[in-house]
Ligand binder design. Structure first.
Ligand SMILES: Cc1cc2nc3c(=O)[nH]c(=O)nc-3n(C[C@H](O)[C@H](O)[C@H](O)COP(=O)(O)OP(=O)(O)OC[C@H]3O[C@@H](n4cnc5c(N)ncnc54)[C@H](O)[C@@H]3O)c2cc1C
Length: 467
């Protein structure tokens, strides 16, 4: 069989690779995405805080500029893909007389840097803060309000980008880890353990493995790794993102916050701990205590119940910035690496930047008519439907029906996490055990396999030992 020659090969289907694939799928091109995991979004993009940011220091960095640009692009993308985005403010709270004295200085600095792009307001009284946020501690003296932030269901976003790109002709190959890259005049050849693919351009959007992939091409990039732990409480706590006014933040982190999530919970964190490898994602007692010590003093009514903790790892470059550059070896390869925070926020703007670079490098891009795929409707989003249709509930507390499991499989779920992130199985105060077993059994039936073949998140993470 004759091999297909691709216009663009993208390595990595995290939020960055997906945004690039979605943007390129609007043109008449042959695009391939190679992903080492069995599903999209299982790298850095799985373990973040889901905030669409405004402020990222230093303001003149690429990550700050693309973060602000990406932020503004989100309303349009979310409308197009029917992804819910909740817009809200960030309140930077002053809790001590010293912090109170800093309000005018920090306000003027932010106002100067953000100009009229995003609203910034200084509030010099507790009463002023109470007007927009009821649940603040007695110690809050005032603060700064920044508008234009957002919170998003990043899984819904990634699955929607994937659905759109697939429907519009992008080919995805999962369980395909790129192990070697060869550059020859006009051709880029990419090797996985079982296959070889050729194309005109290659995008390295491999997240935590971005530096490794760059070295395969001959580029020298070094990463350090920054773990960020986060905890989720069952209740919302605040209507806005809350954080503390501080001049001492580590330049590699925004310092974390209390953030309301799209599904009515609250996320606290993340912190930043340097770790030796990209796989160190355990949440320690120390991580949890540090987060609680930092953020509990901000609110009056404390959250009810801790439901979950998790951590993600950021790829940190020596420059403390994103690297979005042609390879030093060839304009046929673009490295899109070191995409730490606010990479989710910046992703649509990163994709725009990459498209421009591809044009500059000679890729002919002709727009085509696009198809809008149907979005699966899960019963949780439409409780009335499952009552009317009498759908059998596999997990009553998470409101996941048999039909939901089938819809998730049809939408690409092959792992338990893929099922859970789509349907929200086990997301609430749910022990999941009986529901989990019923869902796994039905998922296996839909995939034409047995429950012991289904993993939590890919190779080496089996759930059922014997069946
Ligand atoms: C703790 C934490 C909190 C954060 N909070 C926020 C936030 O609130 N807001 C925000 O804007 N940003 C946030 N970020 C940053 C954001 O999550 C990342 O910038 C973004 O997810 C990076 O996406 P990516 O596509 O570059 O990487 P990834 O999601 O890691 O995608 C890379 C993909 O490449 C695949 N891959 C790797 N190597 C290979 C190979 N050899 N062959 C084939 N495939 C390969 C991986 O499996 C993966 O799927 C946070 C990050 C962390 C760690």
């Amino acid at each position: 069989m004759e091999r297909k020659f691709y216009d663009v090969i993208i390595v990595g289907s995290g939020v960055v690779g997906l945004f690039i694939a979605y943007s390129l799928s609007k043109f008449d091109l042959d695009i391939l995405v190679l992903e080492k995991e069995p599903e999209v979004g299982m790298g850095v993009s799985k373990g973040h805080a889901s905030v669409i940011h405004v402020v990222q220091l230093p303001f003149n960095s690429l990550k700050s500029r693309l973060g602000r640009k990406g932020n503004k692009m989100y309303d349009k993308v979310c409308k197009e893909l029917k992804v819910s985005l909740k817009r809200l403010n960030t309140l930077i709270l002053a809790m001590s007389p010293f912090q109170y004295l800093l309000i005018p200085i920090v306000y003027l600095y932010l106002k100067m840097k953000l100009g009229n792009e995003f609203p910034v307001k200084a509030v010099f009284s507790r009463k002023g803060i109470l007007k927009i946020e009821k649940n603040i501690s007695e110690k809050v003296l005032g603060g700064i309000i920044i508008g234009g932030y957002g919170v998003i269901d990043s899984f819904d976003l990634m699955y929607s980008l994937y659905r759109f790109a697939s429907k519009n002709g992008v080919e995805f190959r999962f369980n395909s880890e790129v192990q070697q890259i060869k550059l020859e005049d006009d051709v880029v050849s990419v090797f996985t353990d079982k296959d070889m693919f050729t194309g005109r351009y290659l995008i390295n959007a491999a997240g935590l493995q971005g530096a490794r992939l760059a070295s395969m091409i001959g580029d020298d990039v070094k990463y350090e790794y920054g773990k960020g732990a986060m905890i989720i409480f069952s209740d919302e706590v605040s209507n806005n993102i809350l954080t503390v006014l501080s001049l001492k933040n580590d330049p590699r982190t925004k310092g974390g916050s209390i953030t309301p999530t799209v599904d009515g919970k609250s996320l606290w964190g993340p912190n930043l701990v340097e770790v030796k490898s990209a796989t160190e994602v355990s949440v320690t007692e120390e991580d949890i205590n540090r987060i609680l010590d930092k953020f509990t003093p901000l609110v009056k009514e404390k959250p009810r119940k801790l439901v979950k903790s998790y951590a993600g790892v950021r790829p940190l470059t020596r420059e403390n910035d994103f690297i979005i550059k042609f390879s030093s070896r060839s304009k046929r390869v673009i490295n899109v690496i070191g995409i730490c925070s606010p990479g989710l926020t910046a992703a649509p703007a990163i994709a725009e930047e990459v498209l421009e670079m591809l044009r500059q490098a000679g890729l002919n891009m002709k727009e085509k008519e696009v198809i809008y795929p149907d979005k699966p409707v899960y019963d949780r989003d439409n409780i009335r439907r499952h009552i009317l249709m009498g759908e059998y509930l596999m997990c009553p507390c998470s409101i996941v029906s048999k039909g939901d499991v089938s819809r998730a499989v049809e939408d690409g779920a092959v792992t338990l996490q893929g099922l859970s992130f789509r349907t929200k199985l086990g997301f609430d105060e749910c022990l999941m055990t009986p529901g989990l077993w019923r869902a796994l059994k039905h998922m296996a039936e839909e995939l034409g396999t047995t429950p012991d073949k289904i993993t939590l998140k890919g190779e080496g993470s089996w759930i059922v030992k014997k069946y």
